[in-house]
Each structure stands twice: as C-alpha cells, then as structure tokens.
Design a protein around this ligand. Structure first.
Ligand code: NAP
Length: 309
C-alpha cells in the first residue's frame, strides 16, 4: 500500500472545503512511528481552523490534513523511535493530521491507549481531556470541598471537566440542556442547571469557588456569570473570557490547552480505573467529516464524536 485517504483542506472556508484526497502513505522520520488510525475525534476548535480563524496564532500550511486526536496501532517505526513496537495500541495529540488512514507521529507524544475501552473511543481523549485537566487542576486549582460551576458540561470538553472536578472532590454544579442533562448527571454532577430555562444565577444556592466556562457566550451572558464567584475565587474560561466585576477580588483567566503526554498518561490511568468515562455521542466515517463540522456549527452536536477512517 503506497497511498491512503486523508481529509484535507486546500483553502479556508465553510465545511464544504473539506476534501477526501488520495495521498502518499506517510513515512515516519527519525524518532517517529507510523500509526494505523483507528479513529480521530472532532474538536470544534478545528472548525475555527478550517475557517481560517486561527491563522493568527496557530498557522497551518495548505493543503492541511485535519485531525488532532489519534487512537490507533503502531504500523512501523522510524530510526531511533523509542518506547513502541509494531502492534502497540497508542493514543495522542498530533499536529500531523490524523483524519486519515495512517499518520506519522513523534513517539514522544504518544502514550499507550487504555485497554478498558474500544480503541476508537480513546480518540476522544487527548485534546478535550487535556483541556479539561489543565482547566480543572492547573488553572482552576479545584480542590475537595469547593463548589465548582461548570458552564457547558454537555460538550466534548465538559464531560471530562465534570468528572475531573468530581475526582478532585468538589461539589459540581453543571449547566446543560435537556439532551445532555442525563449524561451530565451520570458523570457525577451534583446539580444540573438547565441553561435554556432562565438565568443560571436563579438556580444557584450561593456563590461558587470556581467557575469553569466552556461556552462561547454573548457579552451579556458572560457578564451575568461573572458575579457568581465568591471573593477570592477563580474563573477559568476556554472560550469567551469572563471579566469579574471591578473590585470583586476574583482571579480570572482565559486558557489555551497544550499537549502534555504525561498528563494524557494520567487521564488514561483514570479511564482504566473507571474514574473517567468517555461520553461518545456518535461515531461517523471519515467521509462524513464535513457533515460533522456542519452539525457542530449549527449547535447540533454534543459529547464527543469519533471519526473512523
Ligand atoms: N482554549 C482552549 O484551549 C480550548 C480547547 C478546547 C475547546 N475549546 C473551545 O471550547 C468550547 C467548548 O469545546 P467543546 O469541545 O466542549 O465543544 P462542544 O462539544 O461543541 O460543546 C457543545 C455543547 O455546548 C453546550 N452549550 C451550548 N451553548 C450553551 C450555553 N449557553 N450554556 C451551556 N452550555 C451550552 C451544549 O450543551 P447541551 O447539549 O447541554 O445543550 C453542547 O453540548 C468550544 O468553543 C471550543 O472551540 C477551547
């Protein structure tokens, strides 16, 4: 086999710019392995990349193969690639485009995939799981006994955020609409607030120690959430920044997730231990990737969608 299918963009634009190209099979460079892709997963940030909105801080050359997450099986090794052999099941966050049948990957960014779940489902873990880990532990500093409000718990990142905040020992109050409320409860949320039913503040019994915002918001909705945090508390947003009211003594930040294989290894261990479950809402073939982008941008996806080549 010398060629493979890959989902690529040759220009920036709406979902229709995603093409299914036949391209040469990649060859692993020194320190890299070749991974036969079991699945990648959809992340909404990649729709922003596809639209050309990330060129300012995450520029890509065209044509560009989509797919940051990978779960798959090592199919070949480059010289000096340490730690993996042909046949090993791996998972990781890549820049080399995993929306394809094969992808080359630096061995150093891969970790063994969890054995406890289907390999394809593990593709949902890297980017969303690492974003959640860094929001909850690094920036949010969630701790036992705290009250944590997760805004946007029904999404692909939110499922991990809720479970990791519970793992930290926090009381978790989570916003979700009707389609996600059951999943968010199963993930351990102590209270599920229907954000479609009225202001979140009206359903909260007192302020929270930490607000984790996972939703692009209007400035009015962002301003309504800001006063819900107690003095000395924290706000971490992965989407719209939330500014605390003047003099509120609340630490607020917007974060951008980074690849961290050690943290991914910790997440895999939590999945193996049954402490973190992966909320897979759908599994679609690679040829449907443009449709998944369309559905996400129309607000019609929830949880994680895995993409199978
Ligand atoms: N800064 C970073 O490093 C970083 C990393 C990853 C993602 N992101 C960004 O963070 C956002 C979330 O990512 P994701 O993967 O979780 O997205 P996602 O899976 O597309 O999130 C969809 C979910 O958002 C929920 N939602 C929509 N409007 C809401 C509202 N007003 N209040 C509460 N929930 C609402 C919906 O919940 P229901 O189903 O309950 O209606 C839906 O399930 C995206 O904008 C993404 O681009 C940023």
């Amino acid at each position: 086999m010398t060629t493979m299918k890959a989902a690529r963009i040759h220009e920036f634009g709406d979902f229709s710019v995603i093409r299914h190209d036949t391209v040469p099979l990649p060859r692993p460079a020194p320190g890299e392995v070749l991974v036969e892709v079991a699945a990648t997963s959809f992340n909404p940030t990649e729709a922003a990349l596809r639209a050309g909105m990330l060129q300012g801080f995450l520029p890509v050359d065209l044509p560009h193969t989509l797919g940051w997450d990978v779960a798959g099986t090592v199919a070949g090794t480059g010289t000096g690639a340490q730690g993996f052999a042909v046949g090993d099941r791996v998972v990781g966050w890549l820049d080399s485009g995993a929306a394809a049948e094969y992808v080359r990957a630096p061995a150093a960014v891969l970790v063994p995939a969890p054995e406890a779940i289907p390999l394809a489902n593990a593709a949902a873990l890297p980017l969303a799981g690492l974003t959640a880990w860094q929001a909850v532990f690094e920036h949010g500093k969630a701790a036992a006994g705290q009250r944590v409000l997760v805004n946007g718990a029904g999404g692909g990142t939110g499922g991990f955020v809720t479970q990791l905040a519970k793992y930290a020992g926090a009381e978790v109050l989570a916003t979700a609409g009707a389609r996600s409320a059951g999943a968010v409860r199963r993930q351990g949320a102590d209270q599920v607030i229907d954000y479609t039913a009225g202001p979140v503040a009206a359903s909260l019994d007192g302020p929270v120690d930490l607000l984790l915002n996972l939703v692009p918001l209007s400035s009015r909705d962002a301003a309504a959430l800001a006063p819900l945090v107690r003095p000395g508390g924290r706000v971490v947003s992965i989407a719209t920044p939330i500014e605390p009211p003047a003099g509120a003594e609340v630490t607020a930040m917007h974060m951008v997730a980074r690849n961290d294989p050690a943290q991914l290894g910790e997440l895999v261990r939590l999945v193996e231990a049954g402490a973190v479950a992966i909320d897979i809402s759908g599994s679609r073939p690679l040829s449907d990737l443009a449709d998944v982008h369309r559905l996400s941008e129309a607000g019609l996806t929830r949880g994680k969608v895995v993409i199978i080549p």
